[in-house]
Write a protein of this length. Structure first.
Length: 292
């Protein structure tokens, strides 16, 4: 199929974006990297009367470290830029680790962090990373800015807490402390495919022990899924094989995966257990705990 007809406008300021949206009466779509939008247009899953190109809006660009101790990443930062930026590698290395798992190089060159979060695909890596790192999404609209915790930003399949007249301006991450550790693991049928299941994990390394873990799954629900019972079972270290096994068992309580083209709920739970063991191994645990 081919996209339907639409009008195209390029905006250079946020004020222009808000004006064009208002004039379109809600029948407009924003074009950033376009990696999700162009496919939706081609299949006529989206048929807006107006496409607003926001790729030249300067207020949506840039990576900086704020005096508050947060790393601010502009919404138009591409996946490739995330992986290469020294501040990202230093202060939020989980993002850089996640980038090679995202689709293919051509998509990483154009796709943006803001586009990924706004699209809210349940199998995408960056939404889970944002929840694991306790990021806050900076939304902006005609009435100003507001910060939305990543944990409450994703409200369902392809659904977010953004108001109709808002867009993502930036994402702010707490800068990693010396003892912070994080990793991301996933299982795919082929390199570049969406994950059948994935896990973004974070923990603090204190006194030679890992503690206060956060386990956020993707590809097993309508959005990022926090495995709270499994994380509590791990608790403070040492993360012995017994603790890991208990946490794997409790994933049945945390996860209620729907069936999809990859398989049924029990297969998804099995993959989640495998990923938990692998993430524990990558985080660096006490001798005797092995990754599956």
């Amino acid at each position: 199929m081919k996209a339907g007809s639409f009008r195209y406008e390029r905006a250079y300021t946020l004020a222009e974006v808000f004006r064009l949206r208002r004039e379109a009466g809600g029948d407009a779509q924003l074009l950033a990297g376009g990696q999700s939008l162009l496919a939706a247009l081609a299949f006529r899953l989206s048929e807006p009367s107006l496409i607003i190109d926001i790729s030249r809006v300067r207020d949506l660009k840039g990576v900086s470290v704020l005096p508050s101790g947060h790393l601010r990443v502009g919404a138009l930062t591409t996946h490739r830029e995330l992986a290469a930026h020294p501040d990202v590698n230093r202060h939020a290395p989980l993002l850089a680790e996640a980038v090679p798992l995202i689709a293919h190089a051509a998509i990483r060159n154009r796709g943006t962090i803001g586009g990924s979060l706004a699209f809210a695909d349940a199998a995408a890596e960056l939404p889970a990373c944002c929840v694991a790192l306790e990021a806050r999404i900076i939304a902006t609209g005609p009435n100003g800015e507001r910060a939305i915790p990543a944990a409450t930003f994703f409200t369902g399949l392809f659904a977010t807490a953004l108001a109709e007249d808002e867009l993502i301006q930036a994402v702010e991450f707490p800068c990693a402390a010396p003892g912070d550790r994080a990793t991301i693991v996933e299982l795919t049928r082929r390199c570049g495919d969406y994950a059948m299941a994935g896990l973004a994990a974070w923990a603090q390394h204190v006194d030679a022990r890992l503690q206060t873990p956060r386990l956020v799954y993707f590809g097993v629900g309508a959005g990022p899924v926090v495995a709270g019972a499994a994380a509590r079972a791990l608790g403070p270290g040492p993360w012995t094989p017994h603790k890991v096994a208990e946490a794997q068992t409790l994933l049945d309580r945390d996860l209620d995966p729907p069936p999809d083209q990859h398989g049924g709920p029990e297969m998804k739970r099995h993959l989640a257990r495998v990923l938990l063991a692998r993430a524990v191994g990558k985080l660096g645990v006490e001798p005797g705990v092995r990754a599956a």
